[in-house]
Design a protein around this ligand. Structure first.
Ligand SMILES: CC(C)(COP(=O)(O)OP(=O)(O)OC[C@H]1O[C@@H](n2cnc3c(N)ncnc32)[C@H](O)[C@@H]1OP(=O)(O)O)[C@@H](O)C(=O)NCCC(=O)NCCS
Length: 335
């Protein structure tokens, strides 16, 4: 269980240079909420046990608070001494008919307001972004970068609540979420099973958990998603993308990977994991996605073609594994 929101402490005076990272993070939350709930039938999303909000109402709550975030940003811009307080009773969320509308409606309203927040944050210069006002509950100065971090942490808190509920209340349903540190053992095990038994990854040594932790941390720091498909708490597969090549001219092109645990293949999990990457890449301004797959991996080539990738290159004998030279096939898909 995560710690209660009201006991959370927040850093003061985050550097202006950190703003783009917080903006990227803020931009992704509506998409992350959609990705979490996409596979949950509407009647389960809107189900409430009377003690806690339904999964959909958790999303509605984030929409409800967007106006407060925008108001606080306007107050910072106009030089106010103190920010508006939040309604600690959350009346708006209790009274709204969030369970009577389609999830898509909530998400599109939230996206529209989030786009405005993100646009206004992105336009701030260093002087405007570091003008402070008092946060009424925390009794500490907060500027626009601190506010961006505060809102992102609040979103994260509610997405984590949704995930906890999915694991607890719907352990039979598959959901797609951003990987957490606790998933790294399972991710490493999936990598290592594929390394040991196939040429899908050009490597013979298994990965150590610590190495995968550093890899995951680097992706998170760059706001590149590492997604997992879970059934309850069990990780069934993962997908991610990184830079296609290092030179700056390739910055709009990413190369993804997707791997599903042996025994879980052919059930649509890989497709769900790759489809979830497309909007995340678009939110980061990416334009092209590349899949690199061993030429003998006919299943993976067919899988990618079905997802709209087209074969664009066949590189002969560029790989080597198990004493044999291997051909690499590239497929590409515009985002
Ligand atoms: C390729 C992979 C990610 C696809 O994920 P998946 O969840 O099995 O795929 P889905 O159920 O969404 O789609 C099924 C399609 O995947 C392909 N596929 C690839 N390997 C498969 C397998 N072992 N079993 C079933 N389908 C497989 C087939 O094209 C299948 O379509 P078909 O039923 O028309 O033949 C997954 O099979 C896997 O992890 N394989 C081993 C590692 C690998 O090759 N990774 C990709 C490297 S680029």
């Amino acid at each position: 269980m995560q710690s209660p929101w009201l006991t959370r402490r927040f850093p003061e005076g985050l550097p202006f240079e950190a703003l783009p990272a917080h903006v990227d993070r803020l931009r992704a939350f509506p998409e992350r909420a959609e990705q979490l709930l996409a596979t949950i039938p509407p009647e389960l999303r809107t189900l409430s046990d009377g003690r806690s909000w339904s999964l959909q109402r958790e999303v509605g709550h984030l929409l409800d608070l967007e106006a407060l975030g925008l108001r606080r940003l306007a107050e910072l811009k106009s030089g106010a001494a103190e920010l508006s307080p939040a309604d600690m009773q959350n009346r708006r969320t209790y009274e709204a008919r969030h369970d009577d509308v389609a999830l898509e409606e909530l998400l599109s309203a939230w996206r529209a307001e989030r786009d405005q927040l993100v646009r206004e944050l992105s336009e701030l210069n260093a002087a405007a972004a570091t003008r402070t006002a008092l946060h009424p509950r925390l009794r500490q100065p907060m500027h626009a970068v601190d506010l961006a971090h505060f809102i992102a942490e609040h979103d994260e808190h509610h997405l984590a609540r949704i995930e906890e509920r999915l694991v607890r209340d719907h352990p039979e349903l598959v959901h797609v979420a951003d990987a957490r540190e606790a998933d790294l053992g399972a991710i490493t095990a999936i990598f290592n099973a594929i390394i040991a038994t196939s040429t899908a990854i050009y490597r013979e040594e298994p990965f150590a958990l610590e190495e995968r932790r550093a890899w995951w941390q680097e992706r998170v720091q760059r706001r590149y998603p590492v997604l997992v498909a879970r059934r309850g708490a069990e990780v069934l597969g993962f997908s991610t993308f990184g830079d296609f090549r290092a030179a700056p001219g390739y910055r709009f092109t990413v190369e993804h990977s997707v791997h599903v645990a042996p025994g879980q293949r052919g059930a649509g999990i890989g497709e769900r994991l790759v489809r979830a990457l497309f909007p995340r890449a678009k939110l980061l301004g990416k334009h092209m996605m590349i899949a690199g797959t061993d030429s003998a991996n006919a299943g993976s080539i067919r899988f990618h073609e079905r997802l709209g990738f087209t074969r664009c290159a066949h590189l002969r004998e560029v790989g080597f594994k198990h004493g044999r030279r291997l051909d690499l096939v590239f497929l590409q898909r515009a985002l």
